[in-house]
Design a protein around this ligand. Sequence first.
Ligand SMILES: O=C(O)CCC(=O)C(=O)O
Ligand SMILES: [Fe+2]
Length: 344
Amino acid sequence: MSGCIHLQGERVMNEVVKTTDEALDVDIPNLDVGPYLRAEAGALERLAAQWRQVCEEVGFFSIQNHGIDPDLIERAFAASRRFHSLPLERKMEIPLDSNNVGYMPVNASMQRHSQVEKARKPNYNASFFCKLDRGPDDPAVKAGLPFMGMNQWPRDLPGFREDVMAYQNAVRALGQKMLPVVARSLDLPQDFFAPYFDPPQIAHRLLHYPIRNEAEPEQFGTGAHTDSGFLTFLMQHGVSGLQIRRRDGTWFDVPVLPGRFVINTGDMLRRWSNDRFLSTPHRVLNVSAVERYSIALFFDPNLDQLIECLPSCQGPDNPPKYPPITYREYFTNFVNANYFHRQK
Ligand SMILES: O=C(O)CCC(=O)C(=O)O
Ligand SMILES: [Fe+2]
């Protein structure tokens, strides 16, 4: 199987990918980021060319040789299992708050922001959300800036915060390292994105998909949607369920790729790039007989930066399609539409 995955990655790289449908016949494309991270000569430009192709044609891909310690990943999943195994009352001591951090039980959100298809049922996943771990003296916390407050941590769960934050810090650092690749893939100077991610807006989500009631049709763990931001780094853990929509409207089952991150590009990058990069619809259906765990880290621009059509994605024949917007405005609309606690 892994040979097959590798060959598929090469096929996608060596031939021109024509459509999402063709690209998604066996696997999502895979990019080896190792040579770039080792600073090998020419690796940045080679990776940027591959990155451009998969973002223009598929919007979803995996990466290998990303340098994140497998033990750290295991510890993060162990922490997630320990948290989600707590009694509901314990988890509800830290309910998802106005900054969108804390615990959200099943059936407490619905993909209403999505243009993909009309959501008919709430999402059947429970999630622990956290962001950058700001302290009480952080200027953003003191100023009460929305979505930039302090995290809510469960009591009496030794090591949970440490393991979750170690994972977040590692993936965040990887996100920062990918910025020059995204910049070069869009024909921009390497350091173009740096000021927009100083610091980034992080949403870190430990997802738990309980076993589904098979009698319930359309009981999606996560309904069809596109992600709101820039890059999503997803780690699955043994159990599949993620599906990507092909252009013909059929759904492709993403295999579980041990140790590899699945990366997808989100709405803000699509808009920033004047629709050059995709924000591909996806959903989760846990058809297995076991619970599913995944960890999503949304690596997004600073909320207060103005996102204006990139200079390399416009021209006389290709005027900007969207007015400038802050990520704060876009994200606030997204959260208000999708999360029930925002409607109270
Ligand atoms: O759990 C997954 O595999 C995907 C989750 C997802 O798409 C999301 O949280 O936006
Ligand atoms: Fe998503």
